[in-house]
Ligand binder design. Sequence first.
Ligand code: KIV
Ligand code: ZN
Length: 498
Amino acid sequence: MTSKINIFDTTLRDGEQVPGCQLNTVEKIEIARQLEKLGVDIIEAGFPVSSPGDFESVVEISKTVQVPVICALTRAVNKDIDVAADSLKYAKKKRIHTGIGTSELHIKHKFKSTPEDVLKRAAEAVKYARKFVDDVEFYAEDAGRTDNEFLARVIEAVIKAGATVVNIPDTTGYCLPGEYGEKIAFLVNNVPNIDKAVISTHCHNDLGMATANTISGIINGAGQVEVTVNGIGERAGNTSLEEVVMALKSHHSLDFETGIDSTQIMKSSRLVSTLMRMPVQPNKAIVGRNAFAHSSGIHQDGVLKHRQNYEIIDPADVGLKESAIVLTARSGRAALNHRLQILGYDLNTDELEEVYNRFLELADRKKDISDDDLEIIAGEKKQKGKPPIELVSLQVMCGKSTIPTATVQVSFKGDVFTETASGNGPIDASFTAVKNLVKRRVRLEEFLIQAITRGSDDLGKVHVQIEHKGDNYYGFSAHTDIVTASVEAFLDAISKIS
Ligand code: KIV
Ligand code: ZN
């Protein structure tokens, strides 16, 4: 009989812990709504005691989301559990996720404690959380490096204390697939009350094994998987939702199913990437730009003869449509709105007007406007308001045997400032002019330009990461002129320095 695997999405908790990926409450609600459409079973909405913003987000997501269980993370600390319970008060279905480190390393060097004390604290936390909710998940942090005998004792104790789900995180992404699967099998075979709880996987990708470890966990008895959209998460990330879902869907012989509507995968991926300003690597499995692109002649020929010659997944199954080029400068507001609605955007009159103006601006420079272009324009609209520092004009002089020079004009609080600088290229010259204008010591840490559909008239998307006084700030922009996009992205990041 086919077994159902519960999808526990932690994009808004573990994913959001990534520096620079922080979202405001409105953005989190938008992602939570999309996760609901995608069909996840549980949404981990935040770590409420960690900040007032996290608390508010859990409250607001609880009010908005109808079907999935809303989960809040805590440490094995009563105060954390009190705050989590409070944040979940509006949730239709609620879960508290509490836990403690169980590996020798964590016990000795994090808690400076003993295994017996950790075991006691684990059970007490679960018991305390059960006073507030019926659904309590326990995580044994660093279970990947925890001795299996001790882990089994902890798991038995927390199930006895009332845990309904037991999470076995490979917190450091250390395990190999066989090893992680054996750990799950060990618990299945050695914890006497294991049938009273669901086992959950939670794998990190430090060695690139997160998806393999998760699948191995499922094969060996896990009934829930903890994942994030695009595999976003601390360091090398968490297990990516789309990889696990499509692996199970593609391998019928495994006989597992999920409640995910896979046609919502691409849309979820783009939304998370746009709002978190975290580009998806082009060769990322399932959702990367090249995931379904066949470039060699032999492959193209093979796919045309029979798609399955070189494709194991029908792109339509993950919601990938051929970029339908339907709009030009002559298209009106109604056509634009119709297309945006197909893409899932529901804009009010003012928003539509703004997007329409941006669309006309782009259509003046680019003959055909694709769905990808529209996603960028509509995505920009989702970002909050006007940036405090705006690019008014940009003039660059560059070319062979010319010293690249840029004149940048920006407006800040109604005043316009101008600066000219030279550099080793047009972008370097423009950035130097901006730095001279804003008079802040900022260091460019990362700079990424991506074309969307690869034509020479294409929109270039630019992501930048800057460092100022030890903190990182991220900026994004898209424009057919990559120097303009770069300066706008740079200003976007600088605008975030309070
Ligand atoms: O990786 C981890 O151990 C975690 C826990 C807090 C669940 O994210
Ligand atoms: Zn984690």
